[in-house]
Design a protein around this ligand. Structure first.
Ligand code: NAD
Ligand code: DAU
Length: 336
């Protein structure tokens, strides 16, 4: 494992992973392969600009010829697939995009990995593939996949393809299923960066329904460490959950953001719920812990660090909250 193709490496988790890997493995060459949708931003990689370990290819994972060319040009031996349409609300408004990128795109990457006999294909998946989990149950890796949104169904479809390539063609694959990430470079359509940037500007925080949905919010670098561990120590054909195992209600998360920023609770605004909203996700992460991983940040530490980053990086998020973003915001929240 020396030449890594990191698809979606200009997005939130992908860019954090690239920075983490560049620092930890100076001998690795990393090629970011990203089409730069609204969520993919070159600014996310600016800290690594000029680093000779890093190259960038603008390309679509659905374009199999372009993927092949990148793999051949850079003598890639490992693909780590972060590229995806990732927002559940957008997947409800326009489900075609998640099927195209998350299912067809993953297939194109797998096909090139098979043709070129790569050493490893790692798929970044999500706890949402298990569906809504009633308390006190926790999802373990062998549980059935019962996705309930277009986004989670497309991610489950991608997982099935990855596993099929392992069984049918012997492609050396691994997968991780992460819980909700928070941290730097998180596009402000997702709840934590949306609530934080709205609160900074005294704009209401739109809480879906009663706000009692439970999520396991983990710091993005803890997730990156888990992926790194699975890449280097995970068993082929295996899947690993990555999360803190601690759940928080959205309304409590929103209260904490307001408290950190010193903003009033009157900014909380309950709005119409998300269609088909999964009430709770909860992971059992003992399989990954057995490899030696543990989460370094508590929820409070992760949230504090995240909110501070947004306070200190207005120059990153203010330009995003214009143009296409405002169009989306109106469509998503206008009638709520
Ligand atoms: P993101 O939306 O911030 O970034 C996605 C990246 O993929 C962007 O850079 C975008 O330009 C790129 N991309 C999209 N379509 C592409 C295509 N067709 N070809 C090439 N590049 C394309 O997403 P994220 O939050 O960083 O999520 C990364 C991965 O992690 C996704 O696979 C997601 O399903 C998974 N995941 C996310 C979370 C989370 O909390 N954010 C949790 C678990 C798993
Ligand atoms: O669980 C992992 C998943 O986490 C990833 O696979 C997805 O890519 C990622 O987007 C995230 O999905 P969620 O739907 O959980 O994240 P989001 O930030 O959109 O919402 C978090 C919770 O907050 C969820 O219960 C919905 C709620 N919410 C969200 C928004 C955008 C609100 O109450 N109001 C909002 O405006």
């Amino acid at each position: 494992m020396q030449n890594l193709l990191v698809t979606g490496g200009a997005g939130f988790i992908g860019s954090n992973f690239v920075h983490y890997m560049l620092e930890k493995y100076p001998a690795y060459r990393i090629v970011v392969y990203d089409v730069l949708t609204y969520a993919g931003r070159m600014e996310n990689l600016a800290l690594a600009q000029g680093n000779p370990q890093l190259s960038f290819v603008r390309g679509d994972i659905c374009d199999i010829d372009a993927v092949r060319a990148a793999v051949d040009t850079y003598q890639i031996d490992t693909i780590i697939n972060f590229a995806a349409e990732t927002h559940v609300d957008r997947s409800i408004l326009a489900p075609d995009a998640v099927v195209r990128t998350n299912v067809n795109g993953t297939w194109a990457l797998l096909e090139v990995a098979r043709e070129r006999q790569l050493e490893r294909f790692h798929q970044i998946s999500t706890d949402e593939v298990y569906g809504a989990i009633p308390a006190p149950q926790r999802s373990t890796e062998g549980d059935p996949l019962e996705p309930r949104s277009p986004y989670s169904a497309s991610k489950a479809g991608a997982e099935h393809l990855v596993y099929a390539y392992f069984i049918t063609y012997g492609l050396p694959v691994t997968m991780t299923r992460g819980s909700n990430n928070i941290g730097p470079f998180h596009y402000p359509e997702k709840a934590v960066p949306l609530f934080t940037t709205n609160a900074i500007d005294d704009i209401p925080l739109p809480i879906y329904g009663d706000g009692l949905q439970m999520r396991d919010y983990q710091f993005v670098l803890d997730h990156c460490e888990g992926i790194d561990l699975v890449l280097h120590k995970g068993a082929l054909g295996e899947t690993y959950n990555v999360g803190t195992g601690v759940e928080t209600a959205n309304i409590d998360m929103a209260h904490k953001i307001l408290r950190i920023l010193g903003k009033p609770e009157s900014l909380l605004q309950h709005v119409t719920d998300r269609a088909g909203h999964d009430r709770r996700y909860a992971l059992d992460c003992s399989k990954l812990r057995a490899l030696g991983w543990s989460s370094r940040h508590s929820f409070d530490q992760a949230l504090e660090r995240t909110v501070r980053w947004y306070v200190e990086h207005e120059g990153w998020w203010r330009p995003i909250k214009s143009g296409e973003y405002l169009e989306y915001y109106k469509q998503q929240y206008g009638a709520r």
